[in-house]
Design a protein around this ligand. Sequence first.
Ligand code: BJ8
Length: 386
Amino acid sequence: MEKNALRLPAGFESYQEARQAGFLRMKQLKELGARVIGLFCSYVPIELVYAAGAIPVGLCASSEEPIAAAEANLPRNLCPLIKASYGFALTDTCPYFYFSDLVVAETTCDGKKKMFELLGEIKETYVMQLPHSRDAAALAFWKEQIIAFQKKLEDFYGITITEEDIRAAIRRKNRERDVMLRYLELGKLNPAPISGYEMGTQIDVGSFSFDLEERCKNVEARTAQVLADWEANYKGKQSDRPRLLLTGCPNAGVREKIIRTVEEMGADVVAFDTCSGTREKVEKVDESNPDVYEALARKYLNINCSVMSPNDSRRGYIGEMIDEYAIDGVLEIILQSCHTYDVESYFIKRFVTQEKGLPYLNIETDYSQSDKGQINTRLAAFLETI
Ligand code: BJ8
């Protein structure tokens, strides 16, 4: 079926333009005295950053550009996301890193946590010690880490963060999770009302707006627009395009090479079990928990990243998504040298093929274009099996 073309918020003609506008906006905000915290990655309880009156900016990088420079200090055989993130800092070419007052990170995978030691020589980097299991001891430990992070923010900025500040931030962030989920769940519709390529790009563009409420309103408007278009033009016309679920590592750096390509070949990427997809948004912080730190600790410890061991809940979640989005095949992206996702893919493949009876393809790649031809061949062969 005919698909919607890539549409960006009014005033932006391209992703690059939106990115540039984000840099300028950040510069203006800094000139007005804004507090800015750079983050690696989904486990940092972002509510505390908002409660400190600061703007959070994600620093996980998706460009090949600074990787050569990073390889002067890091091994070549390392995840491209880690090399790119460090490379931007080393070459001072990421405005978000430049404008960050402090970098906050957590011990997720080995490559990232060791890279943070090098990063700390460029800018102050506060590392939260993330436990890699979800038992009672891990929960208690993570709760202490969250309390220590609050103390760090208070000391760093010379402020006091009250419980009411945190509860207000939890409500705002939960609302954003709801808004983003409603947008991502458009993928449940058949025919798919929007390309997966656009869906992912739109979420990235949204992150260039630093006003949480403004971001929510933009996404709500886009959701309503897509839904109205679907109701008017597509409802009732079932599509025979294969519906894919995308899982694995962050995909912003390979979106063109994989998502756009597979959609141009005739499939629809309708579901995202990824960090910028639904993974972090399905579970909200429990606003009714009288212990605000425990509520934060529980929510964040349940994120289904492969750094958790065991991580059985990821399979359960993928299974639910397969049913709810009426998935025909699963595509897993492994960034080169990402051992945790790579090893865990054994269980994902077995679950998808044996328990759900669906085709599964695993693509290991980096941010370069050198494997584009080979990926095209594998994607085409994969679609033949559906
Ligand atoms: S919460 S998925 S954003 S760690 S791909 S750097 S795991 S070697 S990016 Fe990730 Fe946070 Fe998990 Fe999400 Fe390491 Fe793997 Fe690279 Fe990764």
